[in-house]
Design a protein around this ligand. Structure first.
Ligand SMILES: Cc1cc2nc3c(=O)[nH]c(=O)nc-3n(C[C@H](O)[C@H](O)[C@H](O)COP(=O)(O)OP(=O)(O)OC[C@H]3O[C@@H](n4cnc5c(N)ncnc54)[C@H](O)[C@@H]3O)c2cc1C
Length: 368
């Protein structure tokens, strides 16, 4: 079977694009190496800029009784607090539940989803692309990379860069504020916590790989010796009951803008560039890239646009809407995690609400 559109990766961006393309009556193949449902290292806070888009896809936050989050507390390594109202706000949902729900919607819409199938690379031919997987090859006209942050095969070829981080996540239960996202600094990283569905809280932190190495890769030692030096984090560790004992971890996390289109392949979400979680919004960026790309791909398939024109428009739009945010996020993360700069930066952010508002504006977009 020849597909109109082949998508590699069934996270938020891949699933969202597949649903939209299938609704436009296109033959869509989605390759996902894992099975649903699955946990993912993610802070699980979604800003409201994606609310309308998620509803369009079929996820209605109100029906899920998701916690509405409109307050931010931010602490430095000594536990000093900054509080800020999050005007646009957001909500929390476990990726375990969200990705599974989108997967079910995509299946109902007729997307051909191959789970437990790993893509290895692709070849170009006159008709489009041949996708190479561990379960055989597939042919299609358009190819999209939505496989997240890790490049492989000839996808994202030659694009590397940035400092290495490690991500760690737990789910907790406890008596914490339901309307608040907490962001807490510690030496070499930061930790976020906010409420999600099922009366759970997501606790997720990023630490520089070199810092974890100092503690011989022992996460529990790092947590007791470094994270819990921040009194706010120490309280969370004391009060929270872990839903599962061992954390979920990922390594080799980097933050830099890649290319939205290369070699006629369209990239979405983290495959095109990931934003520092300190500033939130990776999930919204992933969903937004699908929202931008879908009408362009349909124009190509309906012979209104050439592939080159769609590529040009997508790259421009992506850069305009996401590129600047990713760069801003990387700098903000740098200032907050650089021992010599953090006290000064924290002082400025604490004392000047205009700076706080500017940071929020620079890293968030309009509703779509
Ligand atoms: C520590 C941390 C905290 C974060 N917190 C937040 C937050 O609170 N809010 C927020 O908005 N964002 C947050 N993010 C960012 C957010 O998780 C990502 O931006 C978002 O998941 C990107 O979606 P995606 O569709 O691009 O990729 P993903 O959701 O990562 O999906 C990619 C999919 O591709 C599949 N895949 C990969 N390789 C292959 C292959 N070879 N073959 C087949 N399938 C493959 C993977 O299994 C995966 O399912 C956080 C990120 C980190 C690291």
């Amino acid at each position: 079977m020849k597909y109109d559109c082949m998508i590699v990766g069934g996270g938020l961006s891949g699933l969202a694009l597949s649903i939209l393309m299938a609704r436009a009556q296109k033959k869509v193949l989605l390759i996902e190496k894992k099975k649903y449902p699955a946990h993912k290292v993610c802070g699980e806070y979604i800003s409201n800029e994606s609310r309308a888009f998620l509803i369009k896809l079929g996820i209605v936050p109100e029906q899920w009784h998701l916690p509405e989050i409109n307050q931010l507390v931010f602490s430095d390594q000594r536990g000093r607090l900054i509080r800020e109202q999050l005007d646009s706000g957001g909500f929390g949902i476990r990726r375990y539940a969200l990705d599974e729900a989108l997967f079910q919607i995509a299946r109902k819409e007729g997307v051909d989803i191959r789970t437990s199938t790993t893509c290895l690379g692709y070849e170009k031919n006159l008709q489009g692309f041949k996708l190479l997987t561990n379960a055989g090859d597939f042919e299609g006209r358009i190819l999209c990379g939505a496989f997240g942050r890790y490049a492989f095969g000839n996808f994202n070829k030659g694009q590397t860069g940035g400092e290495n981080w490690v991500g760690v996540k737990y789910h907790l239960r406890g008596a914490f504020a339901a309307d608040t996202i907490g962001l807490h600094l510690f030496e070499g990283g930061y930790c976020g916590m906010s409420k999600v569905d099922d009366e759970q809280y997501c606790l997720c932190y990023l630490v520089k790989a070199e810092m974890l190495k100092k503690y011989k890769g022992q996460i529990s030692l790092l947590e007791s010796e470094v994270l819990q030096k921040n009194p706010r984090l120490s309280e969370i560790w004391k009060e929270g009951q872990k839903v599962y004992e061992d954390p979920l971890t990922i390594s080799n996390v980097t933050f830099y803008a890649k290319q939205a289109v290369a070699d006629d392949v369209f990239y979405l979400g983290d495959s095109a560039g990931s934003i520092a979680p300190l500033t939130g919004n990776g999930m919204s960026n992933a969903l937004r890239s699908a929202a931008i790309l879908e009408p362009l791909l349909n124009k190509v398939l309906n012979e209104e646009y050439s592939l080159a024109k769609a590529a040009k428009v997508y790259a421009q739009e992506w850069n305009h809407q996401m590129g600047q945010r990713i760069r801003a996020g990387r700098w903000i993360q740098y200032f907050f995690c650089q021992a010599a700069l953090t006290p000064f930066f924290f002082f400025v952010v604490r004392n000047f609400s205009i700076v706080r508002r500017m940071i929020i504006r620079m890293t968030h977009g309009n509703a779509f």
